[in-house]
Design a protein around this ligand. Structure first.
Ligand code: NAG
Length: 674
């Protein structure tokens, strides 16, 4: 019976499985009868940077609609993430792993890419929870442990209350249920990238992710791997909320220029030509079959477009043929290996500096036999500048010695921002709002009363400049110090600086990290400009709205930048001292027990015989012969020489004296050091 039943059971299982797959693939139907499916989109944005480098920004988005059933079964959405969201009731979360520092001066600080993808070195994690106030900390702690396991990183160190804080309003996604923590010293490597790639339905085996060649990525100047998730509210009771998971990887790479040897003046400024093969060593041979869309974009930023337009006009003038109606992209100064499927032009009259141009390439059109390998070859030299945030922020330490010091945040006008200030830049009352968010570890004891503000190098009254300030002082070994400020600077400001003094605390010997002499990191401060929005608006079009990357660009997010992480040297004990003590004590013990054992093992009779033999040997053949000779000469009978007067009692006394000396030394040593 059982044998007969088994095939039937298996058949039933297979049928159910097939049906389930079909059902899941078609997703659930929401109230409006509109079909909502799990979706996956893959996109890559390439952008030439002014300092002969190339930015590659990978953007993968998976989304799961709210439903009653998706909590258990997922077609393409990663299950680990949906379980995490449901278990800890995460409303929004962002985790980033970064190596290197984003160069705001040459890579820009105003576009959506630096604003949301330039991250501080190491790990940064923030999360907003949908739980009652008293449970937030517990949820955060459990979340850090889960993420630590998921991403093979020491994110669990963020569990300790000394490492995370709760910004109230200066961190952009601010809300009461936010927790924010960073680990500036975390090293980022492929072991963190692999679990991140596992969340993609095709991993790095198909589609655009094939380009993620580890050696090329980690050879770059900057790489930041980010995971952002938002849970979209569930409509009714009992529904599982939908989740949008955004995974981005931003890398800045240096293309290998074939013309590196050229040193002619005209060649020096020509940008290096590159292709996907030359920067990643790989090509895209088709899409990930599970992806709804798979596109590659090439972005020319505002500064570059303005420069190209200018060059184009000059050319037209010198040619004097009257054709001025053509735009530069119809007769470009560079060559693309593939024809773009669409060209988007930014419609943004706010910026006086021209508008960005975006070329779109659809990967669907390419296949294994005809892989996609975009290459860009420059024909003329171009020099341009990226758009900067209104103020460039940097932070440094002042003072010397191991006792106290000061932190300074300096803001310098980039002089390039006049365009965005609008007409009211000349207005006396025009203000530039700057939000500053700074966390300091508890062992850096900041004196908040010592805050000083300088505008254009002149000291100013705090109340004139600081509109709002929120300070939560640190508690020893419990919580870090948090400072949130809103500054109102005059629009025409050239430079501003904030300084604050601190004392260096002492740590218990157990609290020192390995290699404490390296110094202690103070996490990056966050400077944001709430009145400036890093958005890029392209012509209203369906294809723009369908692309998650481009819709992300249209979002109005404030311009944000991170300062450098600081390294503070603290007083560290001499960790070699215990080692020295241990070594010397061990030596003394070894001497003591060694000689004691030596004495105990010796036998007196053997010793005597040994000494006799030795004495016999000592009177060598020559002296024997000499004595024989002298005896003959004297005419007397030769007698063998008598043994030396070595008495056993004498030896014993000598040995006992030695032992007592060593023992006395050891005891004296012990007494002296205890
Ligand atoms: C966190 O984890 C602990 C131990 O596993 C558990 O007891 C606690 O209920 C969890 N808290 C939350 C808020 O999930």
């Amino acid at each position: 019976m059982a044998l007969l039943q088994r095939p039937f059971f298996v058949l039933l299982l297979v049928l159910t499985h097939q049906f389930m797959q079909y059902w899941i693939a078609f997703g659930s139907v929401n109230e409006e009868g509109q079909k909502q499916e799990e979706e996956f989109n893959e996109e890559l944005l390439l952008k030439p940077l002014p300092d002969r480098k190339v930015l590659a920004h990978f953007h993968f988005q998976s989304s799961a609609p709210p439903s009653t059933s998706n909590g258990r079964h997922h077609h393409i959405f990663p299950k680990a993430i949906s379980q995490l969201v449901q278990k800890f009731r995460v409303k929004e979360m962002e985790l980033s792993f970064t190596q290197g520092r984003w160069n705001y001066e040459s890579w820009g600080g105003f576009d959506p890419i630096p604003s949301s993808n330039a991250k501080p070195p190491g790990v940064e994690l923030w999360a907003v929870f949908d739980v009652p106030q008293h449970q937030i900390d517990a949820s955060w702690q459990n979340l850090t442990h889960t993420l630590s396991g998921l991403f093979c990183a020491s994110i669990n160190f963020l569990e300790s209350t000394t490492t995370y804080s709760a910004p109230e309003w200066s961190f952009p996604p601010a809300s009461g249920n936010l927790r924010y923590g960073t680990l500036p010293r975390e090293a980022v490597c492929t072991e963190n990238l692999t679990p991140w790639l596992k969340l993609l339905p095709c991993r790095d085996k198909a589609g655009i992710a094939v380009l993620l060649d580890r050696p090329s990525i980690y050879r770059g100047f900057y790489h930041s791997q980010r995971l952002h998730l938002t849970s979209t509210g569930s409509g009714s009771e009992g529904m599982v909320s939908g989740i949008i998971l955004e995974q981005t990887l931003t890398v800045v790479l240096q293309p290998n220029s074939q013309r590196a040897g050229m040193a002619y003046a005209s060649e020096r400024h020509i940008q290096p030509s590159w292709s996907l093969t030359s920067i990643f060593g790989k090509q895209v041979s088709g899409t990930c079959v599970l992806a709804k869309s798979s596109n590659v974009y090439l972005l020319l930023d505002r500064g570059l477009v303005a420069e190209l337009e200018h060059l184009h006009k000059e050319n037209e003038k010198s040619a004097e043929n009257g054709f001025t109606s053509q735009n530069f992209w119809t007769k470009p100064s560079f060559e693309l290996s593939a024809d773009p499927d669409r060209i988007f032009i930014e419609e943004n009259s706010l910026h006086s500096k021209g508008s960005s141009v975006l070329y779109k390439f659809q990967v669907e059109k390419y296949s294994e036999s005809e892989p996609f390998d975009l290459s860009l070859t420059w024909k003329i030299p171009v020099v341009w500048l990226s758009q900067q945030a209104p103020l460039h922020a940097s932070r440094f330490l002042m003072g010397s010695g191991n006792e106290r010091g000061a932190i300074a945040i300096s803001l310098k006008s980039t002089q390039l921002s006049e365009g965005f200030m609008g007409a009211n830049a000349d207005d006396e009352r025009c203000d530039l709002q700057v939000n500053v968010f700074q966390v300091v570890p508890w062992y850096v004891k900041v004196y908040f009363h010592s805050l000083q503000v300088f505008v254009n190098q002149q000291p100013k009254a705090i109340s004139d400049i600081i509109e709002k300030i929120h300070v939560s002082p640190s508690k020893d070994k419990v919580s870090p110090g948090v400072m949130e400020m809103v500054l109102k600077l005059p629009c025409k400001v050239n430079s501003a600086a904030l300084t604050i003094e601190f004392d260096k605390g002492f740590l218990h010997i157990d609290e020192y990290p390995p290699d404490a002499n390296q110094g202690f990191d103070i996490p990056s401060a966050i400077i944001s400009f709430p009145n400036f929005h890093a958005s890029m608006i392209f012509l209203k079009d369906d294809s723009v709205n369908k692309s998650p990357l481009l819709s992300k660009f249209q979002e109005k997010s404030p311009v944000m930048s991170y300062t450098e992480a600081l390294l503070v040297p603290l007083t560290t004990p001499d960790f070699s001292m215990p080692y020295n003590v241990i070594t010397i004590t061990c030596t003394v013990f070894a001497l003591y027990f060694g000689s004691l054992l030596n004495v105990l093992r010796r036998r007196v009779a053997e010793e005597e015989r040994f000494l006799k033999e030795k004495a016999a040997k000592k009177t060598g053949r020559l002296s024997l012969l000499l004595s024989k000779l002298s005896a003959k000469l004297r005419g007397r009978q030769w007698e063998p020489p008598s043994s030396p007067p070595a008495s056993s009692s004498f030896i014993n006394a000598k040995l006992v004296f030695k032992v007592i000396l060593v023992a006395g030394l050891a005891v004296g040593w012990q007494y002296f050091f205890s």
